[in-house]
Design a binder for this molecule. Structure first.
Ligand SMILES: NC(=O)c1ccc[n+]([C@@H]2O[C@H](COP(=O)([O-])OP(=O)(O)OC[C@H]3O[C@@H](n4cnc5c(N)ncnc54)[C@H](OP(=O)(O)O)[C@@H]3O)[C@@H](O)[C@H]2O)c1
Length: 348
């Protein structure tokens, strides 16, 4: 099968590098175009980008010339990891020029006509696309993935939606890689906890309600549950941990809930999409798991790991969830979105 050519907007940044790493040897997609700011355009990728991940950038990528993020000769399918200060304009320009933009940036996530996808949970929200194209007069489209802590929370809550989610309190312990490079100054984070991440709590609350909401024609009606988030930065390199208390209306037993986590499967698994984890939500019965250093790389960083389900005297149940913030919370999430879209015939 001839591979589908893809480009990366913001290819030189932290998330851009994760896209390059994640897409290396992908069975369907091949990176043939790299875009970044005018500071990088015209240089080889090797000269423009300081590689922050383990190993080195693939040879074919290192020698490729970086281009400006302007429509012209880029392939139709683009992954976006551009800085949020410029993502709105850049992504809209490409969608207007007929490109399929699968974005990791926050800018369009909450737009009424833009799918905010977790392919295992709300694949049907892709049905927003025809309305988006009609209203905006675009031949192209924009699809987004959630914030890196939201995806962990929603993968923990998705299997519980059947029990009627009423109220949620979620407290995060977020890795420093979520702040990009150079990220949080070492003097702020070493041997410390920072109880504030700008805009993160609002994103977790609103995005969770949209992802778990129901499609009503050309918009998504948000889940009517109250969601309250506390976000903290801790000195973990990769992996966001989220402790969750949840009130459920149908009062399932603990065994029902564990069964719901472990049996949760959806379209990405049914279609055997290349980046889909075999078991997207995995319950760990050990009393001290999941832990970021020990568990976050399992399933190539694409699954959510849950543990410590127990009664909560206030809300009914509480548990711990863990996910890989730069894989399932960024590049891997967007690639899985594109795989879902391809399996729907949306890239033909
Ligand atoms: N870090 C994470 O874990 C994470 C997780 C989820 C979502 N995100 C989102 O992903 C996006 C990228 O984050 P990041 O951490 O990778 O940031 P980053 O390392 O600062 O990279 C930003 C990228 O945007 C490019 N850029 C900056 N100004 C530009 C302009 N005027 N025109 C075109 N390109 C421009 C940069 O190119 P140059 O190198 O040429 O400056 C670089 O490639 C952000 O929207 C962020 O909110 C990040």
């Amino acid at each position: 099968m001839k591979k589908i050519e893809v480009g990366i907007l913001g290819a030189t940044g932290m998330v851009g590098q994760h896209f390059i790493k994640f897409l290396n040897d992908h069975p369907w997609f091949e990176v043939t175009w790299l875009g970044a700011s005018d500071r990088s355009a015209g240089k080889t990728y090797g000269a423009a980008a300081k590689w922050h991940l383990g190993g080195v950038a693939p040879d074919a990528i290192r020698d490729r010339i970086v281009e400006e993020c302007k429509p012209g000769n880029a392939p139709r399918l683009l992954f976006s990891a551009t800085d949020a200060s410029v993502a709105t304009e850049i992504e809209q320009a490409f969608a207007g020029a007929g490109h399929v933009v699968v974005s990791n940036s926050k800018n369009h996530r909450m737009d009424r006509d833009v799918p905010l996808l977790v392919p295992e949970i709300n694949p049907g929200h892709l049905k927003l696309i025809p309305g988006q194209q009609r209203q905006r007069g675009w031949k192209g489209q924009i699809v987004t993935n959630p914030n890196c802590s939201t995806v962990v929370l929603t993968m923990g809550l998705g299997p519980l939606k059947q029990f009627g989610i009423q109220r949620v309190i979620a407290t995060t312990l977020q890795a420093i890689s979520g702040a990009g490079y150079p990220g949080v100054p070492s003097m702020d984070i070493v041997a410390n906890v920072i109880p504030f991440i700008g805009g993160e709590e609002e994103k977790m609350q609103q995005e969770t309600q949209k992802i778990l909401g129901d499609l009503k024609g050309d918009y998504v009606e948000p889940l009517a549950a109250a969601v309250s988030a506390h976000c903290n930065r801790v000195q973990v390199v990769d992996g966001h941990t989220v402790t969750v208390s949840v009130e459920l209306s149908s009062k399932p037993s603990e065994a029902d809930i564990v069964q719901a986590f472990n049996s949760f499967r959806s379209i990405p698994q049914e279609r055997d999409l290349p980046s889909a984890p075999k078991q997207p939500v995995q319950y760990m019965p050990e009393s001290d798991r999941p832990q970021p250093r020990k568990d976050v790389e399992r399933e190539r960083g694409m699954a959510a790991f849950i543990g410590r389900l127990r009664p909560c005297p206030v809300f009914g149940y509480k548990f711990v969830a863990l996910g890989h913030n730069t894989v399932r919370g960024a590049a891997g999430a967007a690639v899985l979105n594109a795989e879902l879209m391809h399996s729907e015939g949306m890239l033909d």
